[in-house]
Structure formats: structure tokens, C-alpha cells
Write a protein of this length. Structure first.
Length: 415
């Protein structure tokens, strides 16, 4: 009824009024009490997209579809707080597929679709990824749809402007806490496995310091892998201390229970032993549940990582094939090789690291001698080696490094 009213009185309704109505609709849908069902979604789709009367009964998409209300489409798609939860994410994908279908036609009205707003929406989702999770089978269709929109919109822009939009999204989606370059590598000896070459220690320290003792307790009680995992994900000393204190509290309660026991009977001993076993079993189950929670948490962001990898791949293709004038303007004004290296910091995803090295290769192979000289003078290869320590070396990374060394494309794999 609301949309029919707006259409009927549209000759007498200002754009300002339309904008206010759309804001109200978005605010209503953003409420946790709102119910966005299939019928309401269909109403939004029919309001935003027009198709011939003979196609209204068809469930498929037609080439004759076109966007009639781009403003409402933009507001719906670019309001991430509406699409929290798997069911809402699937509905978001349906609208994106409609957009991709409509703007694929040269006659479609797509000029009003804002690339900046779509970038902002996805970046906001990255800040709160746990509320925008989807299952693994939905990752590929969603990223394919987003990449279709990105490719089409890049084709409608000047080359330099399109690359800037794509680069801004990739760089801004890198966590702010990781936006630095690791300088830990100092010489080539650090690449050797020095633990295999250690000489016998000539001086034995009498005892550990308090700090060393506490850190060993953390490793023994929480487990080395768990400490590394929590520190890598959150980098929070407070979080580690809370976990340590919680485990110590359980142990203290167990010790107090044993000390207060006045009956050294077999039954009592058996009860204490059972309690200790139960506590140990509970700790094991708690650790397993936390491991499962971490695995589920990692799966929640898989589609974001897939999208970033696909965007990096698309950016590398554009950089490789861009006209010389656009490439020079872009590299000199917007993208530096240091900024590309930053993307490797604390990045454990193998696919993403491969794409970063591939992008750096395409930039430096096309760059002028001044930029290549700057890369060498500022220890670019040493910076890359620092970023590579602790991570596997793939064929793609090796190919990119040798391509930079010999200043021509080199492939170690036929794939």
C-alpha cells in the first residue's frame, strides 16, 4: 500500500519526501523485531525492478528486466544492519543477483548505483562478521554475484578511477591493527633452522625470573597452541590473563575441596579422584568446545576472505592490462609497493598471500626504473622475507619472487 501510494502521488511528491520515506522503511527493517519474509522481499523486488506484463508470472529472470528505483535498491543493499543472520544474507544475495542481472544489459539504468556505498556496506559487515555468516555452499554464489557487479561497474568507469575504488576496498578491509610492516628479519642466517645448530649452553642460569616463570605457567596450563591462537586472533594480554585466572580458580577450588575433606576413607578418596577426573574431563571438553568455536568463527568469515581474494585477482588483471597512462597515474599517486607489502602482515590465508605477491609482481614489472630502484634501495626484498617467515612458500610466491629478480614473468607451475 505504501509503495502504491508513492507511485500514485509521485508527480506531487518531492525527492526529499521520497528520501525520508525510504529512510523510515530502512529503519523499520533494521529493527530486531522486524520480519522480512519471502512475500515482503518479493514486494521490494517488484517495486525496484520493472518487467513486461507477460513476464510477471515467470519465476526466472528476463533480459527485459531493468531497475526503475535505483535509490531504493541502493538503500536496501547498502544497509548491512538489515541483513544479519543466514536467512537475511540469502535474501541479500537474491537482491544482488537481481542487480547483477539488470546492469549486465547495456540499456539498463545503472548509473545511480553507487560503488562507494557498496564498498562501505561490505566494510561495515567486516567489522561485525559474526552476524553476517553464511554456509559454505553459499559462499561461491555470493562472491560470484558481487564480482559480476564489480566487473560491470569497473567497465563503466575510467580505468584509473575503477582501480582506485577496488584498491581502497582491499586496503580498508585489512585490519587496522595489522597495517604495518614487519622488520624482524635482519640477516640471511635467520632463515636457517638455528634450533638444529645450537651449541651447548656454557652458562646455566640459577633460576627463571618471575616473568619467565609466569609465561611458562601460561604455556603449561593453557597450552602453547591455545596461547598462540588467542594472541594471533585478538592480541589481548587481558584475554590471556582472564583465561589463566579462570583455570587457576578451578584448580584452587579443587585443592580446597581436597584439604577440607576429613574422611580418609576409600569412598572419600574415590570421590575426590572422580572429581579430579571429572574436572580434567570438563577441561578437555571445554578445550574441545573452544576449538570448535574457533573453527566455526573462522568459517563465518570465509566468504569475506573469498571476496578479498577475488578482488585482488581482479585488481591484478586490471593493473596488468591497463593503459600506460592510467597505470602511471595510479601507481605514482595512489598505490605504493609498501602498501601492497602491508597486506601480508599477519595474513595466514595462503590464497590471499599468493594474490598479494601476484599483484606486487604485476606492479613492479610494469613500473619505471625509478620505482624499481626505490624498491631495492628501501630493502624491498628484505621486507618481503620478513613477511614470509613462518608461512609456507607456494609456487605462486616463488614465481613472483623470481619474476622480480629477473624482471620478466616466470612460472614454476603449469596451472
Amino acid at each position: 500500500l505504501l509503495f502504491q501510494f508513492l507511485r500514485r502521488v509521485s508527480p506531487f511528491t518531492s525527492e526529499y519526501t521520497f528520501s525520508n520515506v525510504y529512510d523510515c522503511v530502512i529503519r523499520c527493517l533494521s529493527s530486531s523485531l522486524a520480519c522480512l519474509g519471502a512475500q515482503m522481499l518479493e514486494e521490494f523486488r517488484s517495486t525496484c525492478i520493472s518487467l513486461p506484463p507477460r513476464m510477471k508470472c515467470s519465476s526466472g529472470r528476463s533480459k527485459q528486466w531493468f531497475i526503475v528505483d535505483p535509490e531504493l535498491v541502493v538503500r536496501l543493499v547498502c544497509a548491512p544492519w538489515i541483513w544479519r543472520g543466514r536467512e537475511r544474507m540469502l535474501q541479500w544475495r537474491i537482491i544482488l543477483e537481481d542487480i547483477a542481472h539488470c546492469i549486465s544489459d547495456e540499456t539498463a539504468e545503472c548509473s545511480a548505483f553507487s560503488r562507494g556505498q557498496l564498498k562501505r556496506a561490505i566494510l561495515e559487515m567486516l567489522q561485525d562478521d559474526k552476524n553476517y555468516r553464511i554456509e559454505m555452499q553459499d559462499v561461491t554464489p555470493l562472491t560470484d554475484t558481487l564480482l559480476t557487479i564489480i566487473r560491470i561497474m569497473l567497465g563503466s568507469l575510467a580505468v584509473a578511477e575503477g582501480i582506485i575504488h577496488l584498491w581502497n576496498f582491499i586496503f580498508l578491509s585489512h585490519a587496522a591493527a595489522y597495517t604495518y610492516i614487519t622488520y624482524g628479519h635482519t640477516d640471511h642466517f635467520q632463515w636457517l633452522q638455528q634450533e638444529l645448530l645450537q651449541e651447548e649452553c656454557k652458562f646455566d642460569l640459577l633460576k627463571d625470573t618471575d616473568l619467565v616463570g609466569r609465561l611458562k605457567d601460561y604455556g603449561n596450563i593453557l597450552g602453547k597452541n591455545r596461547v598462540v591462537e588467542v594472541w594471533t586472533k585478538e592480541r589481548s594480554v587481558i584475554k590471556l590473563r582472564q583465561m589463566y585466572d579462570a583455570v587457576c580458580l578451578v584448580d584452587n577450588q579443587n585443592n580446597e575441596y581436597s584439604a577440607d575433606s576429613k574422611c580418609p576413607t576409600t569412598v572419600c578418596k574415590k570421590g575426590v579422584l572422580d572429581l579430579a577426573c571429572n574436572l580434567r574431563r570438563a577441561k578437555g571438553e571445554s578445550y574441545e568446545s573452544s576449538e570448535n568455536a574457533v573453527m566455526k568463527e573462522e568459517k563465518k568469515v570465509d566468504w569475506f576472505c573469498d571476496l578479498r581474494c577475488r578482488c585482488l585477482e581482479q585488481l591484478a588483471l586490471v593493473v596488468q592490462n591497463a593503459p600506460d597512462a592510467s597505470f602511471t597515474e595510479l601507481v605514482n599517486m595512489r598505490i605504493s609497493w609498501q602498501a601492497v607489502v602491508v597486506l601480508l602482515t599477519n595474513q595466514s590465508d595462503e590464497r590471499f598471500r599468493d594474490h598479494v605477491f601476484n599483484l606486487l609482481k604485476h606492479i613492479l614489472l610494469r613500473a619505471d626504473s625509478e620505482m624499481r630502484s626505490d624498491f631495492i634501495k628501501n630493502d624491498g626484498f628484505e621486507l618481503l622475507s620478513s613477511q614470509m617467515r613462518g608461512y609456507p612458500i607456494t609456487d605462486e610466491i616463488a614465481s613472483s619472487l623470481f619474476s622480480l629478480l629477473f624482471e620478466e614473468p616466470i612460472r614454476f607451475s603449469d596451472e
